[in-house]
Ligand binder design. Structure first.
Ligand SMILES: C[S@@+](CC[C@H](N)C(=O)[O-])C[C@H]1O[C@@H](n2cnc3c(N)ncnc32)[C@H](O)[C@@H]1O
Length: 248
């Protein structure tokens, strides 16, 4: 379920699909396109992710948002938890610039910090964060096990690791509709709205190639997380994967 699935490493113009360099090329349009192609569901999915971090209300804490992109999850955490400080890490400098602008515009700059880095080698001490999350990033990673292990490593014992990722609905009606939407409409809409269809064809291919929820839960277990679970959102159009770092 890693680089060898044939999708993660495909190349175009020297830019690896799903990499920070690819997101640099679409950063300016990312939020707008995202809101349209997710039909607005993405906000609710991110809210659910924040809720599942199970942060103690009103307790000062530090949270890590991996592959933070333009910072929507980090902002949602900071708004839901006024005592929380959030570090967002991403491999795209352009996405991070937009995240910083967003934090400043919402007067959250003091509690949000964004830095460039690779999810597979997190530049943080072990057990530093109260919780760690990632939204729509794991699909793009070469070594997914390394990423989840790193997320578990930097989270303190008892803390939650939560990973949100797109999927294809599997119901009798929602399955064919979802597949049609993601295979035919998303690449066209994305290409039309951003002027760069390649990234949105990649999105369709990478969602189709993403492993089924049971395999991702197994990945959490291999990363030494306990109580691993997959929660289907919007008929499986998205899954939230959660696990807890074992208490010492
Ligand atoms: C689909 S975007 C998701 C952004 C954001 N989390 C959201 O909810 O909209 C995927 C992000 O993963 C980042 N990314 C890709 N490979 C990465 C890596 N190895 N380490 C850190 N970030 C990475 C990209 O730069 C991009 O911003």
């Amino acid at each position: 379920m890693n680089a060898d699935d044939g999708v993660q490493m495909s190349e175009q113009s020297g830019v690896r699909d799903g990499s920070g360099a690819m997101f640099d090329t679409i950063a300016a349009d990312y939020d707008r396109v995202n809101a349209v192609i997710s039909l607005g569901f993405d906000r609710g999915w991110r809210r659910e992710l924040v809720a599942r971090l199970a942060l103690a209300p009103d307790e000062p804490c530090e949270v890590l948002d991996v592959a933070c992109g333009t910072g929507d999850v980090a902002v949602a955490i900071a708004r839901a938890h006024p005592q929380a400080r959030v570090v967002g890490l991403d491999a795209s400098a352009s996405m991070l610039d937009l995240a910083r602008d967003k934090a400043r515009a919402r007067a959250l700059g003091g509690r949000l910090r964004f830095q460039l880095g690779d999810a597979q080698r997190l530049p943080f001490d072990s057990a530093r964060f109260a919780a760690c999350c990632m939204a729509f990033g794991i699909r793009n990673m070469n070594d997914r096990l390394a990423v989840v292990r790193e997320m578990a490593r930097v989270t303190r014992p008892g803390g939650m690791v939560a990973v949100l990722e797109l999927g294809v609905p599997r119901g009798r009606v929602t399955g064919p509709l979802g597949r049609f939407y993601i295979q035919h409409l998303v690449p066209r809409l994305g290409g039309w709205l951003s002027g760069g269809p390649h990234a949105y064809r990649y999105l369709e291919r990478s969602v189709a190639a993403f492993p089924p929820p049971g395999e991702v839960v197994e990945l959490l277990r291999r990363a030494n997380l306990e109580d691993g679970a997959a929660i289907a959102l919007s008929f499986g159009a998205c899954h939230l994967f959660v696990g807890r770092v074992p208490s010492r």
